[in-house]
Design a protein around this ligand. Sequence first.
Ligand SMILES: Cc1ncc(COP(=O)(O)O)c(C=O)c1O
Length: 453
Amino acid sequence: MDQLDRRTLLRRAGVLAGTGVLAGLAGCDPERAGDGQAGQAVTTAGQAATSGGQGAAGGWAGVRSQFELDPGKRHFAAFVLASHPRPVAEAVERHRRGLQADTDGYLEDHGQRLDRQARTAAADYLGGERGQVAFTRSTTDGLGLLYGGLRLRAGQEVVATTHDFYSTHEALRLRAERTGARLRRITLYEDPAAVTTGRLVAAVRRGLGPRTRVLALTWVHSGTGVKLPLAEICAAVADHNRGRAPADRVLVCADAVHALGVEPEAVPDLGCDFLVAGCHKWLFGPRGTGVVWGRREAWAEVTGTIPSFSGAGIGAWIEGRAPAGPRSVLFEPGGYHAYEHRWALAEAFRFHLDLGKRAVADRTRVLATRLKDGLAGIPGVRLVTPRDPELSAGIVCLEVGGRGPGELVADLRRQGILASATPYAEPYLRLGPSIVTGEEDVDAAVAAIRGLA
Ligand SMILES: Cc1ncc(COP(=O)(O)O)c(C=O)c1O
């Protein structure tokens, strides 16, 4: 590689990773770097429909109208892979046009600013600092990288639960296959509809052993709709960790994909060490985007798997030394990306911030409760998801008269109601009321399911 190529690559690394390679080489901590003009060019997402975090000024119908979803259908599976609202779609299109016209020029002129805007918006939404977040392409990406890269010392084990999705179990199985890591799974409940906070926390406490280093959880179970009391579980783990050496403490890692975009808590307040999510489900962000959030000290426990395209990584390589820099930066997978999607994360996070995290959470809760109340009165329907909104989120799972969920999904689709079947050994029919559904959709779904029971 000649000198010019190196310089270009180095500059590009700074641009793309948003870390500023020159700052990186000068020893600046990009986590603490000022925002500059970050955020300035982000359109006020959801402007037309919302009023500054106070919910939907144009009503929830106004929010719904920001999506290009087929208005002739009722979208209860929108969370499986998101359609995104207008401000996000416009940002994707704007960046796509720029990249198509002059890829190099657009990256050079705008890359660093746009990257920083997306990270700033993510930090504003999640809570904490920009440098605590690494961008990925999906939840699965994040889980694979995290469980593949977490440091385990001799004899330490990972405890997962029987309720986690394939992506967690497979990431851990691959880790064990590669390194011989010790894995164990614990069951937190038998009957999802009957869970209580006390019993869930007690099951976690019982499941921890003296050599447990990692507790792998899923905040909202996509197979049952159970929402774990994550803050209470983290408090119990903190109790367990008291008096233990830092290297022996249990790290709590959560797949939060069905909570991100629904649950309003600031992530640092939960007490977990890592939170992993895709942004293309309940957040209604660009497809192929995700985040890993880590507690500052916890990031020290993970190494990257895919070379980062950061100044810290490439700069060190050029200078012939080992990379030194924030672990979140070195963890973030490099290579060139679908930047039109990644940069539009700024608008996706702002869309929710403008609506208000609490307003979105309340709206989801109101619709899910209405759905559960309606279903509960139908003979032949068994609600799998807890009725208690403290122990459930947007996902509502059910059984209908012993019929297979695939068949039910097809029947509902014929009536214009889009639902999904849970991809687990024990499958259920699953509906996800959200900001793209309304009361009339919920009532229509209840009536249709009554007809199928
Ligand atoms: C709990 C859970 N985690 C992860 C995933 C995968 O998400 P992603 O497409 O972001 O990898 C799913 C379903 O798609 C899921 O239900």
